[in-house]
Ligand binder design. Structure first.
Ligand code: UT7
Length: 325
């Protein structure tokens, strides 16, 4: 009897246009918005990000990442029976990016839906897929995080537009009689809606409200460092493990200072933290699977390693997943 789910393949995709801090600083200066490479590096650790071309969508990026994950897992698209896309920047209001991506992969029939938990989206989606596999509702899932955050950035707001990028990451999660996903811990607290949001929607043929990202960076920062530690500790406790069992911490890639602080609280040396924020910026729901795939393909993460994935973001949402890779 199947009692576990296990990641059998990973993939990722970054759109080809790489924008360094110097590129972005020059573009912003031309419109009178002042920033600098030094400020961005010192405060966030970000050196570059990728921006998708105007005609490229969330499902496009996700499909590229998904194909790579399928290939790595040795699984045919037709054998997938569940697709979950974690995103806050879907192609359309509806249908879901997952349905559009399913069609792009030449698939039909399996369950497909999006999860909207902003930067915690991937740990939410992975937990749902794990639960569906454990109950027998699915046996081979594609779990994808894909974002085109460049579409919702206000390039007149230097406090946010330098932070985010576009990209996608994907995993194939399969039923297994060995673990696998060991535990997860998810949370949300809706009273913090206002500190990180895109307060707009479509209505009556137009946009109602403001469709650009707003963030109170300091408030998010303070909440993030506390809840990330709590979620990681809760996931460890549920699995009967301790910090010493973690081979790799793969945190949401928003700010190197948040990652350093979380690692310190968990008594993990920085060498055990997967860091891609310097090259990818904050890609929201895509950041964890992108970092995972980068570390797997780079030979850092090996089969059997114990990984702690953790995300935090708008909602406010946060969570962690502990797994044996
Ligand atoms: O993905 C969801 C999770 N999101 C996050 O985790 C983001 C969490 N927050 C952060 O990462 C940080 O709070 C930021 C990177 C957003 C900001 O860093 P900070 O150290 O909290 O800076 P601050 O907001 O306190 O701003 C310090 C100064 C301000 O100037 P004054 O008031 O001291 O004169 C800002 O106006 O830096 C100024 N500033 C900038 N200067 C140059 C803000 N943005 C910029 C900029 N370039 N891009």
């Amino acid at each position: 009897m199947t009692t576990y789910s296990r990641i059998t393949g990973t993939g990722s995709y970054l759109p080809p246009r790489r924008v360094t801090n110097a590129d972005l600083t020059a573009e912003l200066a031309a419109k009178g918005v002042e920033t600098s490479d030094q400020w961005i590096v010192d405060r966030t650790g970000i050196r570059a990000r990728h921006f998708a071309a105007p005609d490229v969508t969330c499902s496009d990026l996700g499909a590229y990442a998904a194909r790579q994950a399928l290939e790595a897992a040795g699984v045919a698209a037709r054998d997938i029976d569940l697709i979950i896309v974690a995103t806050s920047t879907p192609d359309m209001v509806f249908p879901s990016a997952a349905c559009i991506l399913q069609n792009k992969l030449g698939m039909a029939g399996c369950a497909a839906f999006d999860v909207q938990a902003v930067c915690s989206g991937f740990v939410y989606a992975l937990t749902i897929a794990d639960s569906m596999i454990k109950t027998g509702a699915a046996s081979k899932a594609l779990v994808i995080g894909s974002e085109v955050f460049s579409r919702i950035l206000d390039f007149n707001d230097r406090t946010t537009c330098v932070l985010f990028g576009d990209g996608a990451g994907a995993v194939v999660l399969e039923a297994s009689d060995t673990p696998g996903i060991l535990s997860s811990d998810l949370h949300a607290d809706g009273k913090h809606v206002g500190i990180l949001c895109v307060p707009g929607t479509v209505s009556g043929g137009g946009v109602l409200g403001d469709p650009l990202l707003k963030m109170d960076g300091q408030a998010v920062f303070k909440l993030a460092v506390g809840v990330l530690e709590d979620a990681a500790r809760a996931a460890l406790a549920k699995a009967g493990k301790t910090e010493a069992d973690i081979d790799w911490l793969i945190p949401h890639q928003a700010n190197i200072r948040i990652m350093q602080s979380t690692a310190k609280k968990l008594k993990l040396p920085l060498e055990k933290v997967v860091v891609t924020v310097d090259q990818h910026g904050n890609t929201s729901a895509a950041s964890i699977p992108l970092a995972l795939d980068w570390a797997v393909r780079g030979g850092k993460i090996k089969k059997g390693d114990t990984l702690m994935l953790e995300g935090v973001g708008g909602g406010f949402t946060w969570g962690a997943v502990l797994l044996d890779f």
